[in-house]
Design a protein around this ligand. Structure first.
Ligand code: NAD
Ligand code: ZN
Length: 304
């Protein structure tokens, strides 16, 4: 497999033609059977196409046991989380069943152009999401990841989530790739604030230093990721020998490339997602389950 990414070239938040090259790799993978224990059932019809992909073709219990064994024997295991890890806390995902963006068009709400065009609409949507995050509580999935950090088996959580549920569950080593929804920053100067309450929109919030509009401190489509967060995540991935990938559709880059960095360096991928993703064929263990249930089971196995 060849995965050629560099931070400077691909630090944009997008769903680009990469999925094409990923498909090519997947195809090559299944054709040449590069991995000894790969058992893929590809359905290439939907373009993304992996109706079922069991990389480790064991029973569910065996998958959990194998995931726990890989995690406990890893020297530097990390986790990459996506919106699916916060679903059980009541925060909807963007894609998939009940995804936020089945009801709202992301292109109208999460781009710099949308904000320039209609800042009140964008801020209203964010205020609603800020409220959801503030009233949410960490799930068993967040807690299990914290327990794994305490046990020393998971060193870092790299998250695409803009909520603070990993931190509220107790996790200390968290990298936010896509910013934090509870913070707003000035569109002109360095000023930023944390929300203690849900902002009331309209009017749109203004900078207390220069008077220009504030914007949510998150990465919008088409925007580059924060260099510092991305290079930290990249460095962590490069020194990792296992990545637990939970609740991400694995289509938003460069986040989706992080597990491939681990794999490229000879590391393992354990994926937890009720739906298969473009990453599934690369996974050493794929657990087709919700985050809380699967992580609790893995945690129990780790404690044995
Ligand atoms: P996504 O919406 O694209 O995908 C969510 C994934 O979660 C899907 O693959 C879905 O099958 C899976 N999923 C659904 N229920 C699950 C469960 N119970 N357990 C485990 N997995 C489950 O989200 P993404 O991949 O994170 O990428 C899109 C962007 O969405 C991110 O950059 C992030 O900023 C943003 N987002 C964040 C939040 C949040 O902070 N909580 C919520 C929505 C979207
Ligand atoms: Zn300002």
């Amino acid at each position: 497999m060849s995965v050629a990414f560099s931070i400077s070239e691909d630090s944009f938040y997008h769903e680009p033609s990469f999925s094409l090259s990923l498909e090519d790799n997947i195809h090559t993978f299944s054709q040449t059977n590069l991995m000894s224990n790969v058992s893929l059932y590809n359905d290439m019809e939907d373009g993304r196409g992996h109706a079922d992909a069991r990389v480790f073709a064991g029973t569910y219990e065996q998958d959990i046991a194998r995931a726990a064994s890989l995690i406990s024997s890893a020297k530097h295991a990390i986790a990459l989380t996506g919106a699916g890890v916060s679903v059980e806390s009541g925060i909807p995902t963007f894609r998939g069943r009940d995804g936020l963006w089945n009801k709202y068009n992301p292109i109208e709400l999460a781009t710099p152009e949308a904000f320039a065009r209609n800042p009140v609409l964008v801020w209203k949507w964010y205020a609603w999401r800020i409220g959801l995050v503030m009233s949410a509580v960490p799930s068993a999935a967040h807690s299990a990841l914290y327990d794994m950090e305490k046990m020393g088996v998971i060193k870092w959580v790299i998250t695409q989530n803009v909520d603070d549920l990993h931190e509220r569950a107790g996790s200390r080593n968290v990298v936010h790739l896509h910013g934090i929804i509870l913070r707003a920053r000035c569109t002109k100067c360095d000023y930023s604030i944390w929300w203690n309450d849900v902002p009331k929109i309209p009017p749109i919030p203004k900078c207390e230093s220069c008077g220009e509009p504030l914007r949510p401190d998150v990465i919008w489509f088409g925007e580059p990721l924060n260099e510092e967060a991305l290079s930290k995540a990249w460095g962590i991935a490069q020194s990792s020998d296992l990545i637990l990938v939970i609740g991400t559709s694995a289509v938003v880059y460069p986040a989706a490339a992080i597990p491939l960095v681990v794999k490229e360096n000879g590391g393992k991928i354990v994926e937890i997602n009720p739906d298969v993703t473009p990453l599934t064929p690369y996974a050493d263990v794929y657990i087709k389950e919700g985050a809380s249930y699967a992580l609790r089971k893995i945690l129990e196995a780790l404690k044995k």
